[in-house]
Structures are given as C-alpha cells and as structure tokens.
Write a protein that binds this ligand. Structure first.
Ligand code: SAM
Length: 288
C-alpha cells in the first residue's frame, strides 16, 4: 500500500505548476484517482474529449502478465498509466519514458510522494535509434506517441504518408525485440496536425485497416481490439470488438468498403481521439 511522505499542499502545488508547462502535450492526462483523493487535487479533462480511466480499465484487465512483470510506458506524459499500474500492481516494475523533463518530474515527484518504489522515470527519447537502448519488457505501452514522429522526434522523416507508414512499420518491427506485448494507440494524422491526415478522420474502416496493416507488417498480432463507446448513462467505456472482426483485421481480410461498425453493433464515437482503436498485441510467431 502506498503512503504519502510529503505534505499534500506542497506536492499538489508543485504538480499543478509542472502540469501547466505550456508545452505541446501539457494538459493532456488526468490525475489518477488515488492521488486526487489523497491530495485533493485534480486536473479536469473533458471526458468526451479524452478519457484516461476507461483506457486504463480496458488495458489493465487484458494485460497477460506474471506477478513480477516489467512494463515500459513510452511517452508516459504525466504518468496516468505508470502511476495507476504501479499503485494497483506493486510487484510489477514500471519504467516511464518521457522526453519532456517537466512531465518526467511530475511522475518522479508523485511516485516518491506516494512511495511507489517500483517506478523508474527515464527522461530519454524513444525515437527510432533510442529504441535500441530499451531493455526487453513484458509489456510496452505505446499510446498516442509514434504519430508525432517527424515533428517531436526523428524530424528528418519526409513529410508524406508513404514515408510515414514505412517508418511506423519499421518502428513497430524494431520494438518487437524489446516487448513481449504491445499496448498500442495511434493518432489519425501526422504530428497531431489535422491538415496531415493519414486516413479520413471519419472513416473508421480505413482507420482499422491502416492500423491492423501496419501491425501485421511489423509482425504483431492483436489479442484485443477495444473501441470507446458511450454506455446508457453517457459514460465512456472501452468495449471489445467482436473476435471475428479482430481476426479479419489480423489476417488482412477487411474489405475496402466494409461497414464493420454497423455489423459489430458499435456506435461511432463523436471525437477523433476516442475513435482510435485501443489494441493489445503480441509478437506473431508465424511472422518473424
Ligand atoms: C500525445 S502524448 C500521449 C501520452 C500518453 N501516452 C497517453 O496516451 O495518454 C505523447 C507523449 O509522448 C512524449 N514524447 C514525445 N516524443 C517522445 C520520445 N521520443 N520519447 C519519449 N517520450 C516522447 C510527449 O512529451 C508526450 O508526453
């Protein structure tokens, strides 16, 4: 059980300052509930814009890990996933890789304050070359980071979709040497820029085809495919797509014009962020 070892108000004030650092990815994640409760401190993120807790609930329930697992959270931001995993699974070792030193400090201070000894924060880049320095983990979280290639990192990448798609495949392929399982989510445009779409924003069929194509080409096989839905009370919840749909995606058998959303009885979510599928994948041993 984690304990608070510094005065609440001091920690909350420092975290608030680090959180609002006016950088590209500030004001992104919410504060984990166990920290918010202890400190009386929360940062509000509109739940229809982006919601962390439903993503966490989905992935934490599906990670297939042993008692002493090692996990990397690449592009950990302010540590919503790192801190929640460390709190819920104290025997796992969690390494947060975060390029922004203020975000990294947010995680470090919180982990220290709450006695989360299993957390290590690394302010090092997981760009393409940086992947070589990663140890091997039981699971790597790569959530909404790699579409910033060409802008936040690996800036020499040509500014076009064909080069970008080749890069993503090579990146995911390289990651296979460093991760047994991959938890993956990716934006629909390059660099977080709506004027650089990888596929049309409202075309969920193309989004899934593109995502499953790059994963398959890189040798990953999806074991879970989650989509954000609104439940009857209007809350966001991630639900599994039907197994048959996931298998068709895994084998590249999704038809060009397929309207799988209607077939799978999934509702289209209004916002782009929630339309990004949340995937858990394992190395496809048949594809080396
Ligand atoms: C869009 S946010 C996603 C945060 C989180 N993974 C999520 O889905 O909630 C991307 C994060 O990755 C970090 N980042 C960007 N490039 C990075 C790199 N090369 N290595 C490590 N972190 C990076 C950014 O600072 C930012 O905190």
């Amino acid at each position: 059980m984690s304990t608070l070892t510094v005065p609440d108000a001091t920690l909350a004030a420092r975290l608030h300052q680090l959180y609002h650092d006016q950088s590209k990815h500030s004001v992104y994640q919410s504060v984990p509930a166990f920290i918010a409760r202890a400190l009386g401190y929360q940062e509000e993120i509109h739940s229809l814009w982006r919601s962390d807790a439903p993503r966490y609930d989905y992935l934490a329930a599906r990670l297939d890990l042993s008692a002493e697992a090692t996990i990397a959270d690449v592009g950990a931001n302010t540590g919503f996933f790192t801190l929640n995993l460390a709190h819920a699974f104290p025997h796992w070792r969690v390494e947060a890789y975060e390029l922004n030193p203020r975000h990294a400090e947010f995680i470090r201070l919180t982990a220290e304050g709450f006695g989360l000894a299993s957390v290590t924060v690394r302010s090092q880049s997981c760009d393409f070359a940086g992947l070589e320095r990663l140890p091997r983990f039981d699971a790597v979280l790569l959530l909404n980071v790699v579409h910033h290639a060409g802008f936040d990192f690996d800036r020499e990448l040509p500014d076009d979709n064909a080069a970008y798609t080749r890069y993503i495949i090579a990146y995911l392929q390289r990651l296979r040497a460093h991760a047994r399982q991959l938890v993956f989510q990716i934006g629909s445009n390059r660099g977080g820029d709506k004027s650089r779409p990888v596929h049309p924003r409202d075309d969920d069929n193309q989004r899934l085809r593109w995502t499953s194509d790059v994963l398959r080409a890189a040798g990953w096989r999806m074991s879970a495919l989650g989509y954000a839905q609104l439940d009857d009370a209007g809350a966001v919840v991630f639900r599994d797509a039907p197994d048959a749909l996931r298998e068709r995606a895994n084998t590249g058998a999704l038809a060009e014009s397929e309207n799988f959303f209607a077939e799978a009885k999934l509702n289209r979510f209004p916002g782009e962020f929630h339309r990004r599928p949340l995937v858990i994948a394992s190395a496809d041993e048949g594809n080396t």
